[in-house]
Design a protein around this ligand. Structure first.
Ligand SMILES: Cc1cc2nc3c(=O)[nH]c(=O)nc-3n(C[C@H](O)[C@H](O)[C@H](O)COP(=O)(O)OP(=O)(O)OC[C@H]3O[C@@H](n4cnc5c(N)ncnc54)[C@H](O)[C@@H]3O)c2cc1C
Ligand code: FES
Length: 294
């Protein structure tokens, strides 16, 4: 059953991040924070995992935030309102754990990772929690959903690497200050692997700061999303192995072997580069053909 794109627009000013609302009646009925979908744009398309950034049960739709990084995300973001996507599978992955914690929760979103933070902060705040949000991006143009995050936060802190908005620096700078000054029940970090690695190093009690329970969302390379192919496996520091698609994607950050995960994330770089070059070449040839016939 093809899935219609109801809305699509660009976020920020980098030209690479898009918000897309999809009509998915059954998925919208069952979606919660922490869930993701796997999308295949057309018959020859690759399966790509994307977080359910929001859901609307009445409108039977889900919201995706997509960053163009390679062929499949480019193909998806080249679609327009009214176009249809061939396959959408979900909701996959585990819903996040919801409870009322004694102390505030710090929610950290880096880059495109800001998108899944919104729904997590919203559901945790509805359960009575105090939310301190830290958003980080390389520069102002890459900051997304600031207003939405503000609407589900008791405090909002922004950091940019170049200082174009908020505090100049990285998300761990305000995090260090917060966990030094007050009791925090939980830290949630979603963003690039390197960012999550440094958040975990800040909260694991090794650097003279208090140890704080930390949940990270693992964006490993996935294929089936149901625990069968092993592509998303990650090593734990005690020598174990888990699968991000069925054991996560949100997992205890203090058990993750980030160095091993960072190596595995780069294992298809050559093929990814080649695939994008071929797609760009196809697009240029199609444009040329269109110009010639008109
Ligand atoms: C649970 C989960 C949720 C995600 N949610 C989102 C989201 O909401 N929005 C978003 O923009 N992206 C999200 N991603 C990442 C997204 O799936 C990848 O960016 C996408 O698959 C890249 O495909 P591509 O062909 O465009 O790029 P490729 O050419 O395949 O890869 C470009 C880069 O993306 C990384 N990558 C490639 N394939 C995957 C993959 N299957 N999973 C993770 N990283 C990959 C590679 O390390 C590479 O550096 C999520 C990933 C996971 C696992
Ligand atoms: S994606 Fe195949 S096992 Fe997780």
């Amino acid at each position: 059953m093809p899935y219609e794109i109801l809305e699509k627009f660009e976020l920020g000013n980098s030209g690479t991040i898009f918000e897309m609302v999809l009509k998915t009646p059954l998925i919208a009925k069952k979606a919660y924070a922490g869930n993701f979908i796997i999308v295949r744009v057309n018959e020859t398309g690759e399966r790509i995992p994307l977080t359910i950034a929001d859901y609307d049960r009445k409108k039977e739709s889900i919201t995706l935030i997509i960053q163009v990084v390679g062929k499949s995300t480019k193909l998806l973001c080249n679609l327009r309102v009214g176009d249809k996507i061939l396959d959408v599978v979900g909701p996959l992955g585990n819903r996040i754990h919801i409870e009322k914690y004694e102390h505030p929760i710090v929610v950290i979103g880096g880059g495109i990772g800001i998108a899944p933070c919104y729904i997590q902060a919203k559901e945790l705040r509805e359960a009575g929690n105090k939310i301190i949000t830290i958003l980080g991006a390389r520069s102002k143009g890459l900051l997304i959903w600031k207003d939405r995050m503000n609407s589900v936060s008791d405090e909002l802190i922004i950091t940019t690497n170049d200082g174009s908005e908020g505090i100049q620096g990285v998300v761990t700078d305000p995090l260090k200050k917060i966990i030094q000054e007050k009791k925090i029940s939980l830290v949630i970090a979603i963003g690039p692997l390197v960012m999550m690695k440094y958040v975990v190093l800040t909260t694991n009690g090794s650097g003279g700061l208090p140890r704080v329970k930390t949940v990270v969302s693992l964006n490993t390379i996935m294929i089936d999303g149901t625990g069968m192919c092993g592509s998303c496996r990650f090593s734990t520091l005690d020598g174990g192995v888990q699968f991000a698609c069925v054991d996560g994607p949100d997992v205890d950050g203090h058990i993750v072997d980030f160095d091993n995960l960072l190596k595995r994330a780069n294992r298809f770089l050559e093929q990814e580069k080649h695939s994008l070059e071929c797609y760009d070449e196809e697009c240029r040839a199609l444009e040329k053909h269109k110009r010639e016939v008109t």
